[in-house]
Design a protein around this ligand. Structure first.
Ligand code: HEC
Length: 194
C-alpha cells in the first residue's frame, strides 16, 4: 500500500499535467472568462519571451542596427506563428507606431487611451489590462511599459545613424521619444467566435 499510493499520486499528477495544457489551448465556447484570460496571458508571455530572446540575441550578435533588421524581419512572422500555435490572434499595438501594420482598431485605440490615463493615475503598469467578451468573441489587452533597454530604439536620444536606418525601413515611424515608465503600447489578443 505504501508503495502504491505514491505511484498513483504520480500517475494522477502526470495525467493532470498532460491534460491541462491541451484544455487551456482549445477552450470550448462555454469556457469561462477566467480560462480565456489565462489563455491570453499565456500567449502574451510566450510572445514576449520570444521577442525578448530574438532581440537580445540580435543585439549581442549585431548591435542595434542589426537588431532593427531582426525586429523588421521577424516580429510580425513571430506573432503570426505564435497566434497559430496558441489558437488565438495575438499582436502588438500602440498609439504611436513604428510599423503601421500594428495599428489599433477602434476598441484597441479606446483601451490604449484608457491605459494611458490609468498609468498617469498611478496604477502599476503590470496590472493594466482590459477584457471584453461579446457575440464577436473574446478580446484582451495588456499594457507594455517603456523600459530602459528599449531606449536605444524608442527613446528620446536615438543615435542619428540608427534613426536614419529606422527611417528607411519605417518612413512613417512615430515610435521614438518615449521615457521609461511611459506607455509604449500593448499586447492584444483576440479569440473570435466561430
Ligand atoms: C533594436 C531596436 C529595438 C529595440 C531595442 C526595441 N524595439 Fe520595439 N520595435 C523595433 C522595431 C524595428 C519595431 C517594428 C517591428 C515590426 O515591424 O513589427 C518595433 C516595434 C515595437 C512595438 C509594436 C508597435 C509599433 O510601434 O509598431 C512595440 C509595442 C515595441 N516595439 C515595444 C518595445 C519595447 C517595450 C522594447 C523594450 C523592451 C523595445 N520595443 C525594444 C525596434 C526595437
Amino acid at each position: 500500500m505504501d508503495r502504491v499510493a505514491p505511484r498513483i499520486a504520480l500517475l494522477l499528477w502526470l495525467a493532470g499535467a498532460a491534460v491541462s495544457p491541451a484544455a487551456a489551448e482549445s477552450p470550448d465556447q462555454g469556457a469561462d472568462l477566467t480560462t480565456r484570460q489565462e489563455q491570453a496571458r499565456a500567449a502574451i508571455k510566450h510572445l514576449q519571451l520570444s521577442l525578448q530572446l530574438a532581440l537580445g540575441y540580435a543585439m549581442l550578435e549585431a548591435g542595434p542596427e542589426g537588431a532593427i533588421q531582426t525586429c523588421n524581419l521577424s516580429a510580425l512572422p513571430m506573432t503570426d506563428e505564435i497566434s497559430g500555435a496558441m489558437g488565438a490572434e495575438i499582436g502588438r499595438t500602440a498609439l504611436r507606431l513604428r510599423n503601421p501594420a500594428n495599428a489599433p482598431d477602434e476598441w484597441e485605440q479606446e483601451q490604449l487611451h484608457s491605459f494611458e490615463a490609468r498609468l498617469a493615475a498611478g496604477e502599476p503598469a503590470a496590472a493594466i489590462e482590459a477584457v471584453r467578451q461579446d457575440e464577436t468573441g473574446f478580446r484582451f489587452m495588456k499594457a507594455i511599459p517603456m523600459q530602459d533597454q528599449c531606449a536605444v530604439c524608442h527613446g528620446t536620444e536615438v543615435d542619428p545613424a540608427l534613426q536614419e536606418r529606422i527611417g528607411k525601413l519605417y518612413p512613417a515611424d512615430e515610435a521614438t521619444g518615449f521615457r521609461t515608465g511611459d506607455l509604449r503600447g500593448a499586447f492584444t489578443v483576440t479569440i473570435p467566435s466561430p
